[in-house]
Design a protein around this ligand. Structure first.
Ligand code: DLL
Length: 434
């Protein structure tokens, strides 16, 4: 039996959903125009007034919002609510060292919590469930998002946060965890650890897992399901829009239901920026229609996927997103952390003795991602002592850790050995099969 947290909304007639979206869209556009200078200026420049936006078909007249807008107006430029009404800040990494932050009012935290409550319910979690959250707690939305949703449905919630696999496994076994929230690569790692340690799978009570924050495949789903004995569900979200739960799979595993009473998804052609019909592959764009802290109009996610509006066998009528098919930009997700090559480059240009020629090699071994940064040393440095080279490696490693938030292996290579490109530089070798 497939449980539904809010059937009234999740199974609403499409015509009713669209009516609700039209009404909420009109309100949010007016609200943004009145409160956020960036939106007002951009709409004025396009000659669009809030009254021109009547229905979701008018979305195409609105300007887009980009991650760079959040960076350029950091920290408070896009806040629509008064600071005193903001109760939470969450964040992720941006294209440079500056974080990307979003401010949430209590309303926004409640909206997000509702989305995650629906997500967990779609995997049959309820007040009898024991939910182990191994997403990181902190600025990253994974931990707190899953936690809030699990608390809302009345589940026993274990806020493990990420890491410390031995302790995760003890808790899972002894507490009788039924539902697991973590990245798919960590789920695989947990599964492999269970097998390696010879833990008796029949002692585990796991039923279902909610895995997201990074790309994964149907093949990984099968492996995780086999290793952990769970239904492995895909969940999607992003800090700028809410966090995890923006869309979620049900046990039909036939695409992620978008919480359309709170967000309007569109697919656009990333080159022409024109909207594409359901079923076509393109870039996913979201407009939030119930947030008040920092609502987003036509936020370009740079994630590539398809949308479908047929009713799901579970009864939900919400539009479904296919598994993500990649990105339109060069953002990598390494151990769940968003990494832009430009961040690495900004570190390298500030280090004496290295040239701005580098290659990022990403790999995955035993379900754990690794990042190797190969960088050329300058001619002068090349003839320097090993001690000098070691201290450069150390400096780069520390700076990358502090700017990007992950540990990288640094390999210094001889001058002129990184292949030069005549066109767009190729700076990434991703050996993971995602
Ligand atoms: O990753 C929120 C999240 C936490 C989602 C926990 C699911 C579970 P950000 O750090 O802002 O937020 O990163 C957002 O991660 O634009 C996608 O590129 C990627 N992403 C998120 N979920 C998936 C998924 C969180 N299920 C960025 N499949 C997004 C593939 C995903 N990529």
């Amino acid at each position: 039996m497939n449980k539904i947290w809010n059937p009234q909304i999740e199974c609403m007639d499409r015509s009713e959903i669209i009516k609700l979206q039209n009404e909420r869209l009109r309100n949010v556009v007016k609200y943004e125009y009145e409160r956020v200078p960036l939106y007002r200026e951009r709409m004025d420049k396009k000659g669009v007034k809030p009254e021109d936006i009547r229905t979701i078909d008018d979305l195409k007249y609105l300007p887009f919002t980009e991650k760079t807008d959040l960076r350029d107006t950091f920290p408070y430029g896009l806040f629509a609510a008064d600071k005193k009404d903001i109760v939470r800040i969450q964040g992720s990494s941006g294209t440079t060292g500056k974080p990307i932050v979003s401010g949430y009012t209590q309303n926004d935290v409640d909206v997000w919590t509702e989305m995650m409550a629906r997500t967990l319910t779609a995997g049959n979690a309820d007040q009898d469930s024991i939910v182990q959250v191994c997403y990181g707690y902190g600025l990253f939305t994974g931990g707190l998002g899953a936690h809030q949703g699990a608390s809302k449905i009345g589940a026993m919630t274990i806020p493990m946060s990420s890491g410390n696999t031995a302790r995760q496994l003890i808790m899972m076994e002894e507490m009788g965890t039924t539902h697991l929230c973590c990245t798919p690569s960590y789920a695989l790692y947990l599964g492999e650890s269970i097998r390696e340690q010879g833990i008796d799978r029949s002692k585990l009570k796991l039923k279902c897992g909610f895995f997201g924050a990074e790309p994964w495949t149907e093949e990984m789903r099968k492996q995780i399901e086999e290793l952990l004995g769970v239904d492995a569900l895909d969940i999607y979200g992003l800090t700028e829009i809410a966090g995890p739960g923006v869309s979620f799979e049900c046990l039909e595993k036939a695409g992620m239901h978008v919480n359309e009473d709170h967000v309007i998804p569109e697919i656009i052609d990333p080159a022409t920026e024109m909207p594409l019909p359901y079923g076509e592959k393109g870039e996913l764009v979201f407009t939030t229609i119930t947030k008040t802290g920092m609502p987003m109009l036509r936020y370009r996610t740079h994630d590539i996927c398809r949308l479908h509006d047929e009713k799901c066998a579970c009864g939900r009528t919400l539009v479904r997103m296919e598994r993500l098919m990649g990105r339109t930009d060069d953002m990598l997700i390494i151990r769940g952390v968003n990494v832009f090559p430009s961040q690495i480059e900004s570190v390298l240009v500030g280090v004496r003795g290295v040239a701005p020629h580098y290659m990022l090699v990403v790999d995955r071994q035993k379900a754990t991602d690794s990042l190797e940064v190969q960088v050329e040393v300058t001619d002068d440095m090349f003839s320097d002592s090993i001690g000098g080279l070691d201290s450069i490696k150390k400096e780069i490693g520390e700076k990358i850790k502090s700017v990007v938030g992950i540990k990288a292996q640094i390999t210094l290579v001889a001058p002129h050995t990184i292949p030069r490109s005549e066109g767009k530089a190729k700076r990434i070798i991703d050996k993971r099969k995602l």
